[in-house]
Design a protein around this ligand. Structure first.
Ligand SMILES: *Cc1c(COP(=O)(O)O)cnc(C)c1O
Length: 313
């Protein structure tokens, strides 16, 4: 069997030009969202070397952590299924245990890929890095390959470093959304000395995790903390309106948690003259569409405009 990750290449996916702003500033986008329909964007990059390592070292089970709407949970379940691993998701929120009717579309999808769940309270979930909790999990599930929350470790960063290729050297700025910081960690690692990496945190209090802090000694990066729209998975009508105009004009869908805020931020900075004249900016589309239907249901309940899906014509 050809290796799943080798069978998919970004080489044939060209960067797409978006818009020329004043002073010749050009914004382009890298379509990592087109890598795979279910193991999309940066999750593909983060899982690649981890699943290979798990296979090579004889593991049969992958265990990881996430919330009920997590793109990482969905992607791990999908890739684990393709790679023939048993997958276990430690899910934040023990109220879901007794009540399957409350399961998110993400959980239902992960389940359909064969993932089994362990629902834990929010307090317990905070211990996810503690030795005692991991020991508890090992006695319950036996031997497993541990993927930290968000899939972040050295191998994930190695995979994310592959997002940039030699042709991308012509860009002065690489811009990406930041959750746990693994993806920006990989980009910081592989960016050229003439390039600056711009991070747009999706969380109110941006902090890098684990291995990422070791990388940020490099100084070729900066974070913009004004584009989180109130915090993780928080949206407003202005953001949805921007995303809908964007998808209509460029035929590119954005997600409301990460890439919508990223592109809003980049366009805003470009309009405010942040970028020097004739700069070339490359936005990384990290994928993440799986949560859109659920977000739309939420928006509908709040009487807010919904995210338009792209009509294929
Ligand atoms: C998970 C995710 C991110 C965040 O990546 P980190 O490596 O955790 O910073 C960004 N964009 C999308 C679409 C994601 O699913």
């Amino acid at each position: 069997m050809q290796d799943f990750f080798d069978s998919i290449s970004s080489e044939n996916i060209p960067n797409q030009f978006l818009r020329k702003f004043e002073d010749g500033v050009e914004v382009w986008i890298k379509r990592e969202d087109l890598l795979h329909p279910e193991v999309s964007g940066n999750k593909f990059r983060k899982l690649k070397y981890n699943l290979r390592e798990a296979k090579a070292t004889g593991f049969l089970k992958i265990l990881t952590f996430g919330g009920a709407h997590s793109n990482h949970i969905a992607a791990t379940a999908a890739a684990g299924n393709i790679y023939e691993f048993q997958t276990i998701g430690i899910i934040r929120g023990d109220e879901l245990k007794a009540n399957r009717n409350k399961w998110s579309a993400t959980l239902k999808y992960a389940k359909s890929c064969g993932m089994s769940f362990e629902f834990v309270s929010r307090e317990k979930y905070r211990e996810k890095e503690s030795a005692s909790f991991l020991k508890e999990l090992r006695s319950k599930f036996g031997k497993f390959y541990l993927l930290p929350e968000g899939g972040i470790n050295d191998l994930a960063i190695k995979g994310c470093a592959e997002i940039l290729n030699s042709e991308d050297r012509k860009f002065d700025f690489i811009a990406v959304s930041v959750g746990t910081g693994g993806t920006i960690g990989g980009l910081i690692k592989s960016a050229g000395t003439n390039q600056k990496v711009l991070g747009f945190p999706a969380l109110k209090s941006a902090h890098f995790k684990n291995d990422v802090t070791k990388l940020v000694v490099k100084t070729n990066w900066e974070l913009f903390s004004d584009y989180h729209f109130g915090g993780y998975a928080k949206v407003d009508a202005a953001l949805i309106d921007f995303m809908n105009k964007f998808s209509k004009e460029f035929k590119i869908l954005l997600d409301p948690v990460y890439t919508g805020k990223l592109l809003f931020g980049i366009f805003d900075l470009a309009e405010k003259g942040y970028f020097p004249a004739n700069s070339k900016v490359l936005a990384i589309h990290t994928g993440g569409f799986q949560g859109i239907p659920e977000m739309n249901r939420l928006l509908k309940n709040k009487n807010l405009p919904q995210i338009n899906l792209i009509d294929e014509d």
